[in-house]
Design a protein around this ligand. Structure first.
Ligand code: SAH
Ligand code: SF4
Ligand code: F3S
Length: 492
């Protein structure tokens, strides 16, 4: 498989008695070989392999980063476990809202309990939360049992840091403020054999006034299209049929490359990859969604009929304060243009309630927008004040009780609209990619339609990873119960 080039690089051939190479990714493979030596010694001493548990918070980008952490842990010989009572535990953190941070602090207490019983246990923290200096200060002061801390910009150095931490006593901290570096060709361990996320870009330049992501993920950087295409071809050769192209604002992909390439053009090239069946992407900023993109989606037979188009607020006044750079009318016009060209598309969104200065009328406008656009689903968030963002310094913060009332009203509208939107597929036959055996009923399998709706049908594990026509018999709110309505693709 092309993606996991560690399968080709023989760690045994790396001479770890010499100095580590300076260039990447060779340097990281050197440290993987070194870590593996440590794992061998651990095994000789303890009669078992060391265990490693990776816990992920936050978005799809973090999930993909965690696959890279797992790829390295696997390559050097750790045994993967979901149990946090392990020899090596790493939290890949998120800081987009304060509750994500609180969860990490809470769970660190539990980890400390495990560590008291297994003093050799190593606890590591990485990801977005670690890019905040106040967090590092707090960890140093009150969580000194943590062994390794690194951030988002140097995650490619994980093998090197892991190696240092295996040998060291005390806390190792390595945080970079920013980077323009993208290191290619490190191993990754996929959660699903048949689908995968692919980073197409890192960072964000939009600075929405409430959002901490640009501060913790740095400036926008796109990967070279050839690197992306090579990775996807490798994944397809390895059995992947669905890819999710990942970036904070995929519509501005490629603008900063030496030879600029538009996202629409990238999609056209991904479409041509033989054997690839489905293409998804996340996230589209409404201000950058071009007519060219709509045409590419319309003409594509692989791009899924689902668009996640974060609204944030239905009030132009609030949108302006959020620095979203579109108005209510522009958003509505965009939705109409998309629906005109692609009538069967499902549109989902993100909405924030309680942004500073938001009045009852502003919220009415948001609720009205949900009714007008008829979202297939919407993720609703209570505004969280993030230190260092412009919105955190705004004076008119909305009191919590008021936000709660508004949030409940919005949520009810979202649920009612989404329910009727999802119900409109009742009785039709659509293709589902079967993802797993149903967690509650082993005689059923769970699949996902092109429009991202989930369906459960009778079946077994042999169907996983296959595209199967299903009849959508009963709508249960946000999902369907159905049955197979034809042969899976590729079978007679
Ligand atoms: N880049 C993506 C969003 C990434 S964050 C985009 O622009 O669409 C995912 C969602 O978290 C955002 O869409 C927003 O709705 C929410 N979010 C971000 N910052 C937040 C904050 N401070 N409080 C509450 N929700 C927030
Ligand atoms: Fe945050 Fe806005 Fe960038 Fe999305 S586009 S990550 S909401 S700053
Ligand atoms: Fe969270 Fe970082 Fe993603 S802050 S939402 S994990 S980019």
């Amino acid at each position: 498989m092309e993606e996991n080039i560690s399968n080709k690089i023989d760690l045994n051939k790396i001479d770890i008695s010499t100095e580590p190479p300076a260039e990447e990714p060779a340097r990281q493979y050197y440290f993987m070989a070194k870590c593996r030596e440590w794992v061998r010694k651990f095994e000789q001493k303890s009669g078992r392999l060391p265990t490693a548990c990776v816990t992920t918070f936050g978005c799809q980008m973090n999930a993909r980063d965690s696959e890279k952490l797992e790829g390295i842990l696997e390559t050097v010989g750790y045994e993967r476990t979901d149990n946090e009572n392990a020899d090596f535990v790493i939290y890949n953190t998120c800081t987009v809202r304060d509750n994500a941070n609180q969860k990490v602090y809470g769970r660190l207490g539990e980890l400390n309990g495990y560590k008291r019983r297994n003093p050799k246990m190593k606890i590591a923290l990485c990801g977005c939360m670690m890019q905040e200096p106040s967090v590092i200060e707090k960890l140093r002061k009150s969580y000194s049992f943590v062994d390794l801390i690194f951030g988002t910009h140097n995650i490619y150095k994980f093998a090197e840091l892991l190696c240092a931490s295996q040998e060291a006593e005390g806390m190792i901290t390595d945080i970079w403020e920013n980077t323009d570096k993208i290191v290619e060709n490190l191993p990754a361990e996929r959660k699903f054999p048949f689908k995968s996320g692919i980073n197409i870009m890192f960072g964000c330049n939009n600075f929405c006034s409430y959002c901490i992501v640009p501060y913790v993920r740095g400036r926008e950087r796109s990967r070279e299209p050839e690197d992306i295409l090579r990775e996807i071809r490798g994944l397809v050769a390895d059995g992947v049929v669905e890819v999710m192209l990942l970036g904070q604002n995929v519509n501005s992909y490629g603008k900063t490359l030496d030879r600029p390439v538009s996202f629409a053009e990238l999609l056209r090239r991904v479409e041509q990859i033989e054997g690839l069946k489905r293409i998804r992407f996340m996230t589209s900023h409404p201000k950058d969604l071009s007519d060219e993109m709509i045409q590419v989606m319309k003409q594509s037979s692989k791009i899924c009929r689902h668009l996640h188009l974060p609204l944030q607020s239905g009030s132009t006044r609030i949108l302006e304060r959020m620095n979203r750079r579109y108005t209510r009318e522009q958003y509505l016009d965009l939705v109409q243009r998309i629906r005109r060209e692609i009538p069967d598309i499902a549109i989902t969104t993100d909405i924030i309630v309680g942004f500073p200065g938001e009045t009852a009328e502003d919220l009415e406008e948001t609720i009205d927008m949900v009714r007008t656009v008829k979202y297939d689903n919407a993720f609703t968030f209570i505004y969280s004040r993030r230190t260092g963002t412009p919105a955190a310094a705004m004076e008119d913060q909305v009191p919590a009780e008021e936000v709660k009332k508004g949030f409940d009203r919005l949520l009810k509208t979202v649920q009612d609209t989404a329910r009727s939107q999802v119900a409109r597929y009742q009785g039709t036959v659509m293709e589902a990619l079967i993802e797993e055996v149903n967690v509650n009923d082993s005689a059923m399998v769970t699949g996902r339609l092109s429009n991202n709706v989930v369906v459960h049908i009778p079946g077994d594990a042999s169907m996983i990873g296959k595209l199967i026509p299903v009849s959508l018999d009963e709508c249960h709110g946000f999902y369907y119960i159905g049955h197979q309505a034809g042969a899976s693709e590729g079978t007679a």
